[in-house]
Design a protein around this ligand. Structure first.
Ligand code: NAG
Ligand code: NAG
Ligand code: NAG
Ligand code: NAG
Length: 409
């Protein structure tokens, strides 16, 4: 293993904890540490998640993807929980703090820190606009050199440069690592925009068109708790082996444009959701289940809706009686222990609730199953399992980690 150094310039935010150096795991896999940032302002975690997911759904169902306008009027303007990668653009590189998002595929900068034009910057004639539910950006498409880490350099990456954006206070834009199909209709030339992973792969920098993602549960609000592996998987971050499942063929809506999979859900021995399609998404904080499944989970746990947070609240007695929640994917059960089913208690006050209450991290998607987007496995799931987004083979991989059954809460 070779340790590389990656000097990070002082960040504009006092709260940004700079990440450790990226690590070359083997010949072709390079990992990049990402830091977690929690910034609760205004509306509930649930409102913010639902707005963002509706935007993903709209993007993947729209005929031509041109629905940014519908999203611009969306009043939700906050970010609750995000993972940030510090990415260099230009030469010499300016560093931008970008949200890592598997639910969108355009990479763009300029929301907070202004884009700095250098000798590697080329302005194109294309306009770009993307709506996220929790915000949007409009601007111009450039090509520029993008440096994710030493050895992970893309000389001519197509990136958006924002002239207007909303909902991205405290961050500079997005590193979109979703499937290329989600860029449909985002730029005025009508072309698709290859992602950073697509370009690293096509230029031969990485030998697999794959991103492996490791997040860890945490109880503090701002720290380095994740890493991205480009080109393969980082075996130091998971236990056992990775099981892959094909991206779902279910449509409509075209869940397969995002990272869609088939999954069934049980609580103890009670069936909560029969096998159906949904997505695994880093742009979502909680886990969402179709209304019919959520209702079963609610009655099985005894949770009551908490108006303040939008989450289910349980008593200490109900907590001790919680059973495992199992997500069956590709024939393998991925289990959330009772401890993994509750919101980090140390962050209760950060979401505007009482420190002594116990909240569940499973929330209501709102519509019944059968629509093709019947669950969203967000961070609450991804912090307990290693995930692999394999574009080349159109599949999603999952594995247990040292944190899968850890008591962190
Ligand atoms: C999604 O599209 C519907 C109509 O198709 C629109 O009413 C809604 O505002 C859109 N929501 C988001 C978040 O884009
Ligand atoms: C938190 O969000 C608010 C509102 O969006 C923003 O003004 C503030 O700068 C953000 N703080 C950080 C540390 O990101
Ligand atoms: C997913 O579920 C759908 C609906 O049951 C089924 O048609 C499909 O074959 C399943 N598997 C994949 C990989 O899409
Ligand atoms: C669970 C875990 O590994 N948490 C770590 C998150 O990162 C901070 C440092 O930034 C560590 O102190 C925590 O232990």
């Amino acid at each position: 293993m070779v340790q590389l150094s990656f000097t990070l310039l002082p960040a504009i935010l006092l709260t940004l904890r700079v990440t450790a150096g990226p690590v070359l795991v083997d010949e072709s896999v390079i990992t990049l540490d990402i830091s977690r940032r929690f910034n609760f302002t205004g509306c509930s975690v649930v409102q913010r998640d639902l707005a963002r997911i509706n935007a993903v759904k709209n993007r993947s169902t729209a005929k031509n993807g041109r629905n940014a306008r519908a999203v611009i009027s969306e009043p939700v303007d906050n970010q609750a929980l995000t993972y940030i990668a510090t990415v260099g653009v230009g030469s010499p590189a300016t560093l931008y703090d970008l949200i890592v998002d598997t639910g969108s595929s355009n990479t763009w900068v300029g929301a907070t820190k202004k884009y700095v034009v250098t000798s590697t910057s080329t302005k194109t004639t294309a306009r770009v606009s993307v709506g996220y539910g929790s915000g949007f950006f409009l601007g111009t498409e450039y090509t520029d050199q993008v440096t994710l880490a030493p050895g992970l350099v893309i000389p001519k990456q197509s990136i958006g440069v924002a002239s207007r954006s909303s909902g991205f206070s405290g961050t500079d834009g997005i590193l979109g690592i979703g499937p290329i199909g989600l860029t449909s209709g985002t730029i005025s030339t009508g072309q698709l925009v290859p992602t950073v992973t697509d370009n690293l792969f096509s230029q031969g920098t990485i030998t697999g068109n794959v991103v492996g993602i490791s997040f860890k549960p945490t109880t503090t609000d701002d720290d380095v708790n994740g890493s991205l592996a480009f080109g393969g998987t980082d075996s130091t971050k998971f236990t056992g082996s990775i099981t892959y499942t094909a991206v779902t063929s279910t449509s409509p809506p075209k869940t397969s444009l995002s990272w869609g999979i088939n999954q069934s859900v049980t609580y103890g021995s009670t069936s909560i959701l029969a096998s159906t399609a949904g997505i695994v998404n880093t742009g979502t904080t909680l886990i969402y289940l179709a209304a019919n499944g959520f209702t079963k989970y609610k009655s099985a746990t005894g949770g009551v809706a908490d108006a303040n947070t939008g989450l289910l609240r349980i008593t200490a007695t109900q907590f001790t009686a919680l059973q495992n929640l199992n997500f069956v994917i590709g024939g393998v059960a991925y289990t959330l222990t009772p401890n993994a089913q509750i919101w980090p208690r140390a962050l209760n006050t950060a979401i505007g609730s009482s420190a002594s209450s116990i909240y569940l991290i499973v929330a209501n998607w709102g519509s019944n199953s059968g629509e093709g987007l019947d669950f969203i496995n967000g961070y609450a799931f991804l912090e307990r399992f290693y995930s692999v987004f394999d574009t080349a083979n159109k599949r999603v991989g999952l594995a247990t980690t040292p944190f899968t059954t850890a008591t962190t809460n």
